[in-house]
Ligand binder design. Structure first.
Ligand code: FDA
Length: 385
């Protein structure tokens, strides 16, 4: 196989966006991915039994206020009118999220006006006013008061981190949004929706160009296959979206990540949760939330099985090597370690590091597409001329 103009490691949204831009500007591209499919963590597949589109790496909702990104993604797919809403089960009752006036009035069995509710929350948060919270628990109380914090945040956070909030750094939460009206529309971005014929069709159309070739099941660090690091780096421009510490063979140590595990449940019911995402706020349910994929696409109900549904329970835990890295742990030590890797990355000849793994950052899809469009213009295009 001839050397292309550009090699992209990773077929996630960062790699696909860069490849698409390069091809559009006349360049040939080889994309490789160690997985057996394109799309990275945004990949999804159809479940034949229920007609649900399963997001294999967890629930993915597209939303953005960035006009350039919105125009860009609309070249490859239209979006449904899905609007994300999340509910939470606490102490035998279901409440709307994010915490809003509906949540507050249900919780306190009250009919507070926005102003009354605001004053109540301020008063309850006053318990720790003027102190400098040293852990997440105190920070949570200081932000929204003990009753709401203990009901809706405390145990959920403990499950997410598998650590008591008293032992977590206060810096994990900067703010806890509380809305003093009944708006439980989860995202507040200008545009929102799900790709009309699914994530994978969207992403396949991004690279439907004869100048782009894809090799799946291909590990950049496997020297027995031609598209490997030692064969390529310094010979052809490379965009690398895998883990930055792995690229340098963990020479400075490992960056820490959290992962999630899913347990699939099938029910002989048309609708099990009545919504797409249900959180479980209490300690007695071991998972953080449950996802019922059919409910992301109500517009497809005519093609879904009215008598069967599939639900994924989500369990959160620390990742070790071999697990899928999902959320950067991001302690101060991790940030410092990443800065050292970033400095090494600067010195790599003709290699551009990008995406969530390549830059050790949590990005939403719209953010990763935006950063890929910018990286193409500023860093990749100059290597191709
Ligand atoms: P991504 O991880 O998608 O792609 C990197 C690719 O590189 C992978 O396919 C991997 O296999 C490949 N790779 C790694 N090492 C390799 C090697 N050695 N050789 C070859 N290939 C290699 N966003 C959003 O907007 N709305 C949402 O609702 C959600 N929800 C969500 C839930 C969960 C649980 C997670 C973890 C993430 C989200 N996201 C999200 C974020 C979204 O998944 C994220 O923005 C994109 O996947 C990032 O795309 P990247 O291309 O950066 O990485």
């Amino acid at each position: 196989s001839r050397m292309p103009d550009l090699v992209v490691v990773g077929a996630g949204l960062f790699g696909l966006t860069v490849a698409q831009q390069a091809a559009e500007n006349g360049h040939t591209v080889r994309i490789i991915d160690v997985r057996g499919h394109i799309g990275g963590n945004a990949y999804s597949y159809m479940d034949m039994e229920t007609g649900a589109e399963i997001h294999q790496y967890g629930a993915h909702l597209f939303h953005t206020s960035n006009k350039r990104v919105w125009d860009y993604v609309n070249r490859f797919t239209t979006f449904t009118h899905y609007e994300h809403r999340v509910y939470t089960t606490h102490d035998g009752e279901v409440y709307p999220l994010p915490i809003n006036l509906g949540t507050i009035n249900q919780f306190f069995h009250a009919h507070y006006t926005p102003e009354q509710a605001r004053r109540l929350v301020e008063e309850q948060a006053g318990e720790l006013a003027g102190t400098d919270p040293q852990n997440l628990n105190d920070k949570g109380i200081q932000l929204i008061g003990r009753p709401l914090y203990e009901a809706f945040i405390k145990h959920y956070t403990a499950k997410q981190w598998q650590t008591a909030p008293e032992e977590l750094p206060a810096s994990i939460i900067k703010r806890l949004p509380v809305r003093f009206n009944y708006d439980n529309h989860y995202f507040q971005d200008t545009w929102e929706g799900l790709p009309t014929d699914g994530y994978t069709n969207w992403m396949e159309r991004m690279i439907a160009d004869p100048k782009i070739e894809v090799s799946l099941g291909t590990d950049f660090f496997d020297e027995s296959q031609p598209w490997n690091k030692s064969a390529l780096v310094g010979r052809v421009p490379v965009v690398y979206t895998g883990p930055v510490d792995r690229y340098f063979d963990y020479a400075l140590g490992e960056l820490k990540w959290r992962t999630v595990e899913f347990k699939e449940r099938r029910y002989d019911e048309g609708d099990h949760l009545g919504c797409a995402v249900m959180n479980f706020a209490d300690a007695d349910v071991p998972y953080t939330r449950a996802i019922e994929f059919k409910n992301f696409n109500p517009e497809r109900s005519g093609h879904q099985n009215p008598g069967k549904t599939v639900v994924w329970e989500e369990y959160s835990r620390a990742a070790s090597r071999g697990d899928e890295p999902y959320y950067p742990v991001n302690t101060d030590a991790d940030r410092r370690l990443y800065q050292h890797y970033a400095a090494k990355a600067q010195d790599e000849p003709q290699v551009v590091f990008g995406g969530r793994l390549g830059t050790y950052a949590y990005y939403d899809m719209h953010q990763v597409i935006n950063s890929a469009l910018i990286a193409y213009d500023k860093q990749v295009a100059p290597l191709l001329s």
